[in-house]
Design a protein around this ligand. Structure first.
Ligand code: SF4
Ligand code: SF4
Length: 392
């Protein structure tokens, strides 16, 4: 197993499961189950015992490994500089070894099979990949300045589709020239990678990369931070040389050009940093810059924000496999309660996976009459009072 040489160095101090300000447990898998084996340090020892043949990779063992959401809190917080950078890579290598041996939870197996057969984790025909853009004037990419990449959640999940339409509306309002790959798009592969299926990731990335090349795509706007991460950090090794942006970065660069109606209802917002924008890519400013540019919007930070944000639990394929589940201590439900505690009426997100996870959690927690989950672009559009252009 790759990175196996770091496993024996962990001395189980436990800092990796906390945020920088120690206010609560910040490893989402540990927060949900409260067994040491689910914590990063526990995983290190578990993996070591497995590699030394002192432990069978039981179903429970598999679930523990796949409950890691790849949130990267442990990488930020590990007390040992010599191993911290490799922690998440070691956990992913453990998943990779389980995938190679065919010993994965059924939900993980099903998700990977759908990605392989359909090019998305929903198992939906790729002909439906443009359904989110039906009745809009979004064009197929043909020499536009940017390719807009909605990704799997934006293309297939009903909440993700709303978000994709909202971002497209705002980009159009800003006068940004963009088109989409349409049915040619396949999964960005970020979740395949996080689930240890690097060969599948490569297959998906090469397919998208081929279309980027054929269409001469130079700049990409990703809806999802997960896609942003893969396209920006993992595709270049496979030959892609596109400049990649998250949509909040584009909106932040143009927010001062927007003009809003003078009278705006007050809105108290708290912002949830998605792991793949924040800890994976150190982008904490763009969404906050957009919110700061909106009249009537007051930002109230949660105790855990930016590098200390608690993951919503949807990463590492968990949005699709639900290995963590939605019990009272599930990270999404803890996070929704934390957002409500700020006194905010709106929980702002910038990731379609977070939007799905947190909206479900707000409902399950019976908080939907007190706080709403809104994407950054939805908040901007509501302030602008704009509607989706229909090609006039
Ligand atoms: S902080 Fe690092 S050394 Fe301490 S338990 Fe976690 S992984 Fe091990
Ligand atoms: S990446 Fe996140 S979920 Fe995985 S072990 Fe580290 S802190 Fe826990």
């Amino acid at each position: 197993m790759r990175h196996a040489e770091i496993l024996h160095r962990c001395f189980r101090c436990g800092y990796c499961k906390l945020p920088g300000n120690y206010v609560d447990f910040n490893c989402p898998a540990y927060a949900a189950f409260r067994f040491e084996t689910y914590s990063p340090g526990g995983r290190m020892w578990l993996l070591r015992a497995w590699l030394e043949n002192r432990l069978e990779p039981s179903r429970r063992f598999q679930e523990i490994l796949f409950a890691c959401t790849a949130c990267r809190n442990c990488v930020e917080q590990c007390a040992l500089p010599k191993i911290k950078a490799e922690l998440l890579a070691a956990f992913t290598a453990g998943k990779e070894k389980l995938v190679e041996e065919g010993k994965v939870p059924p939900a993980v197996r099903d998700c990977l099979t759908k990605l392989q057969l359909y090019g998305n984790p929903y198992g939906i025909s790729r002909k439906k990949r443009t359904d989110w853009a039906a009745d809009t004037d979004v064009d197929l990419f043909a020499g536009h300045d940017y390719l807009f990449f909605p990704g799997d959640v934006g293309a297939f999940d009903s909440r993700g589709q709303e978000m994709a339409r909202s971002v497209a509306t705002l980009l159009r309002h800003l006068g940004i020239s963009f088109g989409i790959l349409g049915e040619k798009e396949v999964s960005d592969g970020n979740e395949a990678n996080a689930m240890g299926e690097s060969a599948l990731f490569q297959m998906l990335a090469e397919e998208n990369g081929r279309h980027f090349q054929e269409l001469n795509v130079k700049k990409i706007i990703a809806l999802s931070p997960h896609g942003f991460n893969a396209l920006k950090n993992d595709y270049p090794a496979l030959g892609s040389d596109c400049q990649v942006f998250h949509y909040t970065q584009i909106v932040a660069a143009h927010v001062d050009r927007l003009s809003f109606p003078e009278v705006q209802p007050p809105m108290r917002v708290t912002y949830h940093d998605p792991c793949y924008l924040g800890r994976h890519n150190w982008e904490y400013g763009a969404a906050r810059m957009v919110l700061a540019g909106l009249p009537g919007v007051e930002l109230q930070e949660m105790d855990r924000s930016m590098g200390d944000a608690l993951c919503c639990g949807g990463g590492g394929g968990n949005l699709f496999t639900d290995v963590i589940g939605n019990g009272p201590e599930s990270p999404a439900r803890i996070r929704a309660a934390e957002a409500l505690d700020t006194g905010a009426d709106t929980l702002a997100v910038s990731c379609p996976s977070c939007a799905v996870m947190l909206a479900d959690a707000v409902k399950t927690n019976n908080m939907d009459d007190r706080i709403q989950v809104k994407d950054i672009s939805e908040i901007v559009n509501a302030r602008l009072n704009s509607t989706f252009p229909t090609g006039e």
